[in-house]
Design a protein around this ligand. Structure first.
Ligand code: SF4
Ligand code: SF4
Length: 259
């Protein structure tokens, strides 16, 4: 109609204004009212609650709308639930009789929507927490399974490697023994060389001492008889023979032999 200024979905007391006719018709839609200023004059300004109790008298659910109003206005939604906010059927009787023109039903709807919104957020947070815990549990389970697989693989590898390592250790021992055996001739040869050098040094020293003694000590063999000379020659021959037969290390130094 020409004077239509708003549209209400629902009855004149319980209905609520819809912003656009493009809003869908739902299962709970019982009617759509084309409102006009004549039918729905502007509400008088809201006044403070005087606690007259008229709202409580008309409530079909025997609620205390003025208490619900105070708690909803203070955003104390817990208290509204304690006063059975969700038992309110939003009939609008309390708002209709309120002498202070307080839109009580709008306050109650606001409180309900806030509680539902917080409940949805809480459920979403709990679902996210559950997903997080499940994810952590799955990650821990996967880590445990991976560690178990790695442990099994390591055990299998170590059992496979054991003979090889034994062979390797045997090879190492064998190599050590062969190395020792190989180095032994070298050590022995070096020791023999050292002994030979030592013996050569001793022999040279003996020769030098004999030569010095021969040069220093006069031979008092000039007046010897022929018999004595033969005995001396025989002794010298035996000594020479003994020196020739004796190994160099067993050669008695002339000084010690003389002693
Ligand atoms: S009817 Fe209005 S003024 Fe009276 S107690 Fe209820 S809310 Fe307050
Ligand atoms: S709107 Fe709710 S509180 Fe007000 S009279 Fe109806 S049931 Fe009671």
């Amino acid at each position: 109609k020409a004077d239509t200024s708003k549209y209400l979905m629902g009855g004149p007391m319980m209905g609520f204004e819809i912003p656009d006719l493009a809003a869908p018709v739902i299962k709970a839609t019982n009617c759509v009212i084309a409102g006009s200023p004549t039918l729905f004059p502007p509400s008088p300004p809201e006044m403070p609650c005087i606690r007259c109790g008229a709202c409580a008298e008309v409530c079909p659910h025997e609620l205390q709308p003025f208490e619900l109003y105070w708690f909803a206005r203070a955003r104390n939604f817990g208290k509204t639930q304690e006063y059975h906010l969700f038992d309110c059927i939003e009939c609008g009787c309390c708002s209709y009789v309120c002498p202070s023109h307080i839109p009580l039903v709008q306050y109650f709807r606001f409180a309900k929507s806030e509680i539902w919104s917080r409940e949805r957020e809480k459920q979403a947070a709990e679902a996210a927490k559950a997903r997080f815990e499940l994810r952590n549990a799955r990650a821990e389970r996967e880590q445990a399974e991976k560690a178990e697989r790695l442990a099994r693989a390591s055990t299998a590898r170590s059992s496979e490697r054991k003979p090889a390592s034994a062979v390797a250790s045997a090879a190492v021992v064998e190599a050590g023994v062969s190395g020792a055996l190989a180095s032994e001739p070298a050590v022995a040869s070096s020791a023999v060389d050292a002994d030979a050098q030592k013996k050569a040094t001793i022999v040279a020293a003996m020769e030098r001492a004999r030569a010095q003694r021969a040069a220093v000590q006069p031979r008092n063999t000039g007046q010897l008889s022929a018999q004595q000379q033969r005995e001396i020659a025989a002794i010298e021959a035996r000594r020479a023979a003994l020196q020739a037969e004796s190994p160099p290390d067993t050669v008695t130094p002339p000084e010690r032999a003389a002693e």
